[in-house]
Design a protein around this ligand. Structure first.
Ligand SMILES: [Fe+2]
Length: 403
């Protein structure tokens, strides 16, 4: 089949829709298919029973999504509306900003996203399946980050080139209250046509509810009034909650390679959930309004600035278009240095802007050092561990940064 010879992450494609892959099936670390009832892989009890474009249950779901999918009144702001973006981000836990990528950057990111995806899909599936499902994910859904043996894609010059853009840096500086934030990683996720299941609602990072002196100082810098509690011990409840909400440990920008439509797996975000102590609902308990709370209407070239503590999840891709959202992940200035791991080769780092070099300082390697595992994409956890454990087994990797 030559469907993978010309993968594109926008427009119609023959990729996906593997009817031989049962609904809700994932794989273990070695690729053995199984159903797992927890985490990202909790089965979607409402999923169609066949992974086929014209299956009646798929068609019925597609019709329901055509009529109802998408957050009503979703605000999409321009990259120059920095204050508005900040207001919406702190209110909702995310904000969609259009035109983050110009035509050249969008084309470059689409090329990189397709090329890296091809590496994943080129690995043949078992038992007649077209693809290998990623360990601990639902079928036809992949993470660019976790599929990489280095856990990041910052060795890819395309990803590295997106960390400091004229459209994103002013908004990031506003959200972090200055320009002393850090890049901590880059990757993103995608779903193929035929990803018929909803991914469980989740947070990427759970709030720790720890307000360290550094975090409190940061909250003060962001304008949070740190009033003491009436009994003089600690903060009053309102100040404490506001400090937690306004100091996300991470901010992620997911860039959209295609328009998000009702049927191509638009991400769902539940507004206002970024600093809640409770857990999101399970698959069985999730109400329909949350399943429909998606970012339909966000255009290609836009991005979603996400507080990754906010509840979110993947939704069915019932179209014939791949939905890819490569990302860059940033950490707050107060985050402890131990959280950062080298994933950007020094030689890639050298080619970046002055500001980009500054914010990537904690994740770059020493000169001549190649990040362990970088360049190996594999859906299976144990294959990635092997690659990471013995990078010298990967011929030419040290000589070929970015590939
Ligand atoms: Fe997530």
């Amino acid at each position: 089949m030559n469907e993978r010879a010309q993968i594109q992450v926008f427009g119609e494609t023959d990729v996906g829709w593997c009817a031989a892959t049962p609904p809700n099936e994932t794989t273990d670390e070695d690729g053995r298919p199984l159903i797992q009832d927890k985490g990202f892989t909790a089965p979607d009890p409402r999923a169609p029973r066949r992974r086929a474009y014209d299956d009646p249950e798929v068609c019925a779901l597609r019709e329901r999504l055509r009529r109802h999918n998408g957050l009503p009144g979703l605000e999409i702001v321009g990259p120059d509306e920095v204050e508005r973006a900040r207001r919406i981000f702190f209110r909702d836990g995310f904000v969609v900003v259009r035109d983050l990528l110009d035509a050249a950057r969008l084309a470059a990111f689409r090329e990189g996203s397709a090329r890296v995806l091809k590496q994943i899909l080129d690995i043949p599936g078992v038992g007649g399946r077209k693809y290998v499902t990623e360990t601990a994910r639902l079928p036809h859904r992949y993470s660019y980050g976790t599929s990489s043996a280095s856990r990041q894609l910052l060795h890819e010059p395309v990803w590295a080139s997106m960390v400091d853009l004229p459209t994103t840096t002013p908004i990031l500086s506003s959200l972090f209250g200055g320009d002393d934030y850090w890049v901590i990683g880059a990757g993103g996720d995608l779903c193929l046509p035929g990803a018929i299941e909803y991914q469980t609602l989740h947070s990427d990072n759970r709030e720790t509810f720890q307000l360290t002196p550094e975090r409190l100082a940061h909250a003060r810098r962001l304008g949070v009034e740190l009033r003491a509690a009436a009994d003089g011990v600690g903060l009053d409840d309102r100040a404490r909650q506001l400090a937690l909400e306004r100091t996300p440990p991470r901010v992620t920008i997911n860039f959209l390679m295609s328009d998000l439509t009702f049927e191509n797996g638009p991400i769902r975000q539940i507004p206002g959930t970024q600093a809640r102590p409770g857990s999101p609902p399970t698959q069985a308990d999730e109400p329909e309004w949350m399943r429909l709370s998606t970012l339909v209407g966000a255009p290609a070239g836009a991005g979603v600035f996400r507080d990754p503590r906010a509840w979110h999840g993947g939704t069915p891709n019932l179209s014939r278009e791949i939905r890819a959202m490569p990302n860059v992940e940033y950490a707050a200035p107060w985050c402890e240095a131990g959280a950062f791991k080298p994933s950007m080769p020094h030689e890639v780092w050298l080619g970046l802007s002055e500001h980009a070099r500054k914010i990537c300082d904690r994740i770059k390697t020493s000169p001549g050092e190649w990040p362990a595992g970088a360049g190996v994409m594999h859906p299976l956890a144990n294959r990635r561990s092997e690659a990471k454990g013995s990078p010298s087994d990967v011929p030419g990797r040290r000589q070929q940064p970015g590939r």
